[in-house]
Design a protein. Sequence first.
Length: 418
Amino acid sequence: MSHSSFSHSTLEPPERANERELARAWPEWEPSDNVPRTGYDPFEWEERFLVPYAMRTRLSRGRLHDEPEHPYRTLYQRDRDRIIHSAAFRRLMYKTQVLVNHYSDQHRTRLTHTLEVAQISRTLARQLRLNEDLTEAIALAHDLGHPPFGHAGETALDECMAEHGGFEHNRHGLRLVQFLERRYPRFPGLNLTWEVLESLSYHSKRPDAPEVKRFRTHAQPFLEAQIVDAADSLAYDTHDLDDALQLGLISLEEVRAVPFCRLAEERMRQRYGQVGDEDYPAALVRTLIDWQVEDLLWHTRQRLASFRIRTVEDVRRAPEPIVQPSPEIAHLKAQLEDFLRERVYHHYRVQRMTTKAKRFLRRLFKAYRRVPGMLPPFFYRRIATEGLEQTICDYLASMTDRFAHDEYLRLFHPYQRE
């Protein structure tokens, strides 16, 4: 094959050709032949791309334990990576979202929910020109503290710990990433930045708890944390609806009677025409998410202007969260949540599973308290510093649905092998 048609005098290396294409697509960025290409400067990039009220790496309060800077990853990129590589993150694969893990291979788990929240959060952050890396780290961490069996497990552990400070998954998430994860030889936990820990504290429903209060030093969290909170709510409403439809807990007729879904169906028809029953759930969920994301972006931009937000401190001093849906969407969303609470979360099949799950955890808690020597060595050693009940709670909260079920059989089934 002849190469004579190419002129060597004008041929650019592939990486330079790519840079020229990028420069045409993004005029503000110009490649330079005189500057060594050793990677981009993330601090310079943040100054050029992020809006003034976005959290920048240079504004971070850093980590509890000092560590050397990484040559090409920012603090928040490292937070994201540490969370993904943690054992707690992997365990989300076998933790309940609404239905216990072994009920079906198709419905969502805590892990898939977390990834969906991260995807929506990053979309919002990019459109608002906020810090995507910080947003993604917060989204990936937001459900790490959930115990097995979802909210049923949380209720059971809260009851078991009633005389010992109670239990709440966001508080446990803080304990987990600060003390319980073992990844580094010089310190416990993941040593995440203050900002990620702060975001977990603002997610908590117990703001006066000492481990939460220390991080809540402002009236409002920064916008990246607010985005994840909004995306979390948006995602679990629509995806719980999808799972309930797919598993036959509710019917299409019931869903079409919900005002939010009825209006979304009109949008579906405008885009797709007539949608068959098999395609309806996926099309409905897509429409609901797209509609809510568009509304959230539009209304948040309006609020940024009306509250005259110019800096991160302006966000923190605001009398209420900036990231919110419009009143119309908020009302429709509240009606959808009422429907889900009545028809899905209180469905008899769900109630049967949650009742069984609570019984598992209560009996396990009592068994370990009666015979602490049954705890694994790592947790048994913590009794001296953390107390028996807190240690048992930490152990149970770390379990997956499957492990908790198997442990229950090991302790209470007479023929179950160790």
